[in-house]
Design a protein around this ligand. Sequence first.
Ligand code: ZN
Length: 354
Amino acid sequence: MVHDNIENGNIFEKIIKKINYLDLKFDTFLIGSKIPTEILKRGEKNKRKLDLDVENIKKEINREIGKLLEKKLEKEVDFENPDIIIMVDLRKFFKTSQREDIKIRIQINPIFIEGKYKKLVRGIPQTKWPCRKCKGKGCDKCNGTGKMYKESVEELISSIFLEETNGYGTKFHGAGREDIDVRMLGDGRPFVLEIKEPKKRKLDLEKLNKKVNDHSKGKTEYNYLKFSEKKRKVEIKVSSPDTYKLYRALVECDTSIEEKDLEKIKQLANTTIKQQTPLRVAHRRADKIRERKVKDISANIINSHSFEMIVKTQGGLYIKELISSDDKRTTPNVSEILKTKAICKELDVIEVGN
Ligand SMILES: [Zn+2]
């Protein structure tokens, strides 16, 4: 019965219709099927009775459809990492034998693009941030955009990729993140962009990279784009003890400072800093003590009340609090050492190392 529908092309025709409807471009596929459980059970029983290693009916159907599609579409079956999974649902068909009860569903697997981004201006979040008031629906507070910020590092690249792939949505995975008011300079920060349900997956990345950077010009910049794998979205988030961040901070002091005062800051090099969760993030993070090491630190005076500080730290150290002391929740700290109130006026990440 199923065999006839494979042979006479009924199933094939339905699959083609679906592919055309979605305007799908792909190279590899995998067939899955849904069969009524009572039939699967019967197959198992026969297998035991005959004591033969006969493949079950489902596998056989999948293989038969797969072979036919490979030939007709000139595409390949891929068991490990198919571009799409074609699900042939025969549950109802087994009962009715009606051609229209053969249902086809296509799962389009995501693609992953890896690269490094720079954030050249302050005030842009890394990922799309839904409006707190309306949770994305659009309201007066967000001018109907549904967002807290007009743009993000994610959206400035994903809009181009979505247009090109006709995808359903994106997810941005960064190797850590900087605050909204912090720039990301140097060579950039690694990220993986996941594009969900792309209808087209063969992309000219070099060309697209140019297009993206033209679009985001002056705000963000993306480099080293390449195709990547699913596992990378987790890997880039795991920081080993060797990873470090290099920051540039503009520090402003309440009282005047001199070159010789700045010498004292160097005592922070190779020091472990204890930080109780900063007040500014306490509402969304657990209150605990975090220990991170300052690997190296240097400072250059700018004028009587401000200086520039370059600091190399283990990932995850709160720099703003290292400067301000955060009401003595971070120790040791720059304010304490200089015996004046010091604040971080500007902050840039200038290197994300590993
Ligand atoms: Zn809103």
